[in-house]
Write a protein that binds this ligand. Structure first.
Ligand code: NAG
Ligand code: NAG
Ligand code: NAG
Ligand code: NAG
Ligand code: NAG
Ligand code: NAG
Length: 369
């Protein structure tokens, strides 16, 4: 007995075994003619279309060697597979909600004048890039090694790049890989890093990771200050550090510690106030900490205030100090010193300029109207 599917199996296996990947064009026949490869995104529907003519007596669509549809008869148990068109000129099926495992060769198989013929089409499934796993924000000490990871999926496989956002445009690409490895990390390598996963299916998927690099305090500004008795004097000390430094002020007074044989630079400790707070208990002196800067203010400088002060900046990685001198200048130089003279000249010339400008303005005004 003739089984109606023999021809399908025969033609399909012929195609698969002997001419894999190449559409069969036996004889002079132009049919069946499946379309070019079909590219769809995951979740979308794919239409598999086969152009035929009225010489065609039997038609079928196969997924690899499995029959999906033979004529109007559904062989596939997959509910996503439906028949769209079965006319003398076209035989089409649709696969709904396409997933990555549907990717592969599909074969349109026909019989004309008792000759089996096939045409193959590849279903290509695309998936937008998506970052699946990325390192969390991290805090490390300067000098250590850091590895950031960014794992992305997508079809075609996305290209993953890492960029340092805290640097100038064009210099930011630090790695064209899923892994970003930084050995012996420096403080200027802290900041935000952006992982970007790119393929040509959809907009890139982008996520950020922040690296915080701890380093011990470094005093960047500490200037000696001259002030005369009775005036206001300000000593200021600026330190950069991560985490932010805490400040302490000492007045130099070297003292020998009995029994230890050590000389300790220990003295009148000027109280260390909380961040942004005020030191109390010292008449006419105030310590103020604002971020990177600590200031020591003498509201009414007296003789005993002159001398060397030590600003100590500390964080958990270490401490550093700077010596700052509050020195005396004579009241006359404070009033008639070069600074004061320059200031006087400035205000005088500013006043003159003002007068001249308003003059010009009025002249202009009268000419115009
Ligand atoms: C096609 O075949 C593959 C492999 O057997 C299978 O995973 C997939 O579900 C099939 N797709 C359809 C639409 O039949
Ligand atoms: C169709 O896809 C297959 C597999 O990816 C490939 O080998 C073939 O060259 C493609 N054909 C066309 C016409 O693009
Ligand atoms: C992310 O990757 C890391 C390292 O491969 C692994 O330990 C972790 O379990 C992954 N997390 C997720 C959510 O996949
Ligand atoms: C500054 O201190 C001196 C000496 O104690 C005092 O005579 C003077 O009035 C004070 N000046 C101000 C502005 O408080
Ligand atoms: C203060 O420091 C300067 C320079 O570091 C030094 O020359 C001076 O002797 C010191 N003065 C006192 C009173 O310690
Ligand atoms: C200041 O730094 C020097 C050298 O690092 C150290 O010997 C000294 O003890 C420090 N002074 C204070 C008050 O911390």
């Amino acid at each position: 007995m003739y089984h109606p599917v023999y021809w399908i199996v025969f033609s399909a296996t012929t195609a698969l075994l002997f001419i894999p990947g190449v559409p069969v064009r036996s004889g002079d026949a132009t049919f069946p003619k499946a379309m070019d490869n079909v590219t769809v995104r995951q979740g979308e529907s794919a239409t598999l279309r086969c152009t035929i003519d009225d010489r065609v007596t039997r038609v079928a669509w196969l997924n690899r060697s499995t029959i999906l549809y033979a004529g109007n008869d559904k062989w596939s148990i997959d509910p996503r597979v439906i028949i769209l068109v079965n006319t003398p000129t076209q035989y089409s099926i649709m696969i709904q909600n396409v997933d990555v495992y549907d990717e592969g060769p599909y074969t349109c198989s026909v019989q004309t004048d008792n000759h089996p013929k096939t045409s193959r089409v590849h279903l290509i499934v695309q998936v937008p890039p998506q970052i699946m796993n990325i390192s969390s924000d991290i805090t490390v000490n300067e000098g250590s090694s850091v590895t950031l990871l960014c794992l992305a999926i997508g079809r075609p496989e996305p290209t993953v790049t890492w960029r340092h956002l805290s640097v100038k445009e064009g210099q930011g690409f630090v790695s064209e890989d899923e892994y970003l490895e930084i050995s012996d990390i420096k403080r200027d390598q802290s900041g935000e890093y952006e992982c970007s996963a790119l393929n040509d299916v959809a907009a890139p998927d982008v996520r950020k990771v922040k690296i915080t690099v701890n380093y011990p305090p470094y005093i960047s500004k500490a200037k000696n200050t001259g002030v005369s008795v009775g005036q206001k004097g300000i000593l200021s000390c600026e330190a950069s550090a991560v985490p932010m430094a805490e400040f302490q002020w000492f007045k130099e007074d070297t003292r020998y510690l009995e029994g230890t044989g050590a000389t300790l630079k220990q003295s009148r400790l000027i109280m260390h106030p909380p961040e942004g707070g005020l030191a109390t208990g010292l008449d006419g002196v105030r310590i103020e900490n604002k971020g990177r800067i600590s200031t020591l203010t003498f509201f009414n400088v007296s003789e005993k205030d002159y001398g060397n002060y030590t600003c100590v900046a500390t964080n958990k990685l270490g401490n550093t100090n700077a010596s700052i001198t509050l020195y005396e200048i004579s009241p006359s130089s404070a009033v008639a010193g070069p600074g004061a003279v320059i200031d006087g000249v400035n205000s005088a010339s500013r006043a003159l300029a003002c007068l001249w400008l308003s003059g010009t303005f009025f002249a202009h005004f009268f000419i115009k109207f």
